[in-house]
Design a protein around this ligand. Structure first.
Ligand code: GUN
Length: 294
């Protein structure tokens, strides 16, 4: 039997339609109101990494599809940290900007932590700021990193029970593995994070009811890593020898063993950008509510 394919594409297009409806109604309710400011997202791209350029372009397209204003800032790879910090400071204070993201990775001479920490936590639509990371690990309301939240939304919308399940996450990045572990724990899963130094990785993965691959190695997770009937979430976006986009999971093997699986492309990737739109709207609402109280 072949696994159910969890289509990120379908789920994302439904969520995007909901966001668009909400923004359209916000705009029509405020027609003629000169003080009205629509939701806005600032996207900072540093250097000329081809992958980052594509991601940033997709993010801006998603904004225009749902009715979010996007502001693009491109800086050369030899930009100084102070120049980036001064742009972030300006965006933190800009009333037209409700979300700020700086596309990663950054050039080597820039300290990622100092950039992430400079973004106002209220505008941190990536959920990378230490305050949001702390709130997430405490199970409090906050802006949550887009890719992990996209994974959990896919599971929930597909009606897959998380509570009580054994979840193994392969990959311990700050962007995916660690925040996803917090989210799954908050959903009452029993969570293990595995990484390059983990012993008996195959055996460990074979115990998982929900297996998440966030490694960055094309086809690393073969059928042997998967328990019969498990749910497999593939976060990887890699290029194979024919330059085709492939996940971290060897799909053709996994689909024969798993009960449900996310494809690549058309899986987690498109959810990331969609959750970014959701986070921007959430940041917008948070900022507007705060203004009303003052
Ligand atoms: N690079 C890879 N994934 C992400 C992401 O979710 N946000 C940002 N800002 N950079 C990334």
């Amino acid at each position: 039997m072949s696994a159910v394919i969890i289509s990120g594409k379908d789920i994302a297009s439904r969520i995007r339609a909901e966001i668009k409806t909400e923004i359209d109604s916000l705009k029509s309710r405020n027609e003629g109101n000169n003080d009205f400011i629509p939701p806005g997202l600032a996207v900072i791209l540093i250097g000329d990494d081809p992958g980052s350029k594509i991601y940033v372009r997709n993010k801006r397209t998603a904004c225009s599809d749902v009715g979010i204003r996007s502001f693009a800032y491109e800086m050369d790879s030899d930009v100084t940290e102070n120049q980036i910090l001064s742009l972030i400071d300006q965006l933190n204070r800009d009333p037209n900007v409700h979300g700020i993201l700086c596309q990663l990775p950054l050039p080597e001479h820039i300290d990622e932590y100092s950039i992430i920490s400079a973004i106002s936590p209220q505008k941190d639509v990536d959920g990378f700021h230490p305050i949001n990371k702390g709130l997430l690990s405490m199970g409090k309301n906050c802006l949550v990193p887009c890719t992990p939240l996209g994974c959990v939304e896919m599971l929930k919308i597909s009606g897959i029970e998380i509570s009580g399940k054994d979840c193994v996450i392969v990959g311990r990045s700050n962007i995916v593995g660690k925040p996803l572990a917090s989210l799954m724990l908050n959903e009452n899963a029993t969570v293990t994070i595995a990484h390059s130094k983990t012993r008996n990785l195959k055996e460990l993965c074979r115990k998982a009811d929900i297996l998440v691959a966030a490694i960055g190695k094309c086809g690393f997770i073969t059928g042997e890593f998967i328990k019969k009937g498990a749910v497999v979430i593939d976060v990887g976006i890699n290029r194979d020898e024919n330059n085709k986009v492939r996940g971290d999971v060897l799909f053709d093997e996994a689909v024969q063993i798993a009960a449900a699986i996310t494809p690549v492309p058309g899986g987690v990737g498109v959810m990331t950008t969609t959750i970014l739109m959701k986070n921007t709207l959430k940041a917008y609402r948070g900022i507007i509510e705060k203004e009303k109280q003052t």
